[in-house]
Design a protein around this ligand. Sequence first.
Ligand SMILES: Nc1ncnc2c1ncn2[C@@H]1O[C@H](COP(=O)(O)OP(=O)(O)OP(=O)(O)O)[C@@H](O)[C@H]1O
Length: 332
Amino acid sequence: MTHSEPILTLAEVSKSFDVSAPWLNRVLERKDKLYVQAVSEVSFEVPRGSCFSIVGESGCGKSTIARLVTGLYRTTAGDIRFGKGTGDQPVRVQMIFQDPQSSLNPRWRVGDIIAEPIREMKLRDTDEQARDRVAELLGIVGLAADDAAKYPHEFSGGQRQRISIARALASEPELLVCDEPTSALDVSVQAQILNLMRRLQKELGLTYLFISHDLSVVRHMSDTIAVMYLGRIVEMGPAERLFAQPRHPYSRLLLGTIPDIHDPNRDRVLAAGEPPSPLNPPPGCTFHPRCPLANERCRAEMPELIAQDRTAVRCHAVAEGRDGDTRISEAV
Ligand SMILES: Nc1ncnc2c1ncn2[C@@H]1O[C@H](COP(=O)(O)OP(=O)(O)OP(=O)(O)O)[C@@H](O)[C@H]1O
């Protein structure tokens, strides 16, 4: 189903956490609070029925965005807006977590785990209808109806993630926020779960906000990819474009394709770094300590997110054409 209004819009969303330990403040007689800026001025739109993926290393703010969208956190600044849900209801949002082991109650039978949202939201009139719906959901995710009587520990990791997906679908969501749903799984099982998720998206018309540290995981899922670094989007665009022609040096690092080089050691320099602490981010472009294209301007001035066609990049070197690629110049 296509619909012109995005199902989800983030407008200049920021989130900071107060991490000042009160006892430490007392000892040091410090009155200032200490904040970590987890997400900074993030804006994007997710069209209905699409898959929007957020990719970046640990600590870049991906999970914070997932928690903001699902209402587990409140924004420090900016707006999160949802489109209209079906039948003028608010959009139903559900989350799938990385670790099905800890998100499934080990003392409950699988049938009760999946039936809980059905009962709580009164989505079926009778217990029998709820049981039928549980059997249907188990079938949808590739499990057997009589698996309802078993406990989570009787299943493999991949099967447990199928159970989590069935439970998420039980509340009939339109938007699924998937936070590293396959990172705890073996590679071969990962592929099966990703295929299942793709099939479900098509069959049920779902929208995904998909979060991963691994670009290869989101490659075949995503319509649009946003690459995040230290709380900010550094590149965003159609998935096929990002893979064919990544522009930001950090996207290139993630993809293992390094900018035009006259220096064969560049990729080693680039790959060696770690993200700096968001408690004490570097001045200028926060990626500059790891970037082979960094110059004085990069060390002093935060670049803007600049758009061309359907891609946006936050990089002075790209904007100035110093990356050996075509210059882009229109500010978002
Ligand atoms: N509840 C919190 N209190 C304090 N700091 C937090 C909190 N949640 C996240 N942070 C900090 O905010 C930054 C972003 O964290 P976030 O979990 O969103 O990143 P991430 O990209 O999802 O990483 P990971 O994949 O490791 O979860 C990190 O520096 C993290 O330490």
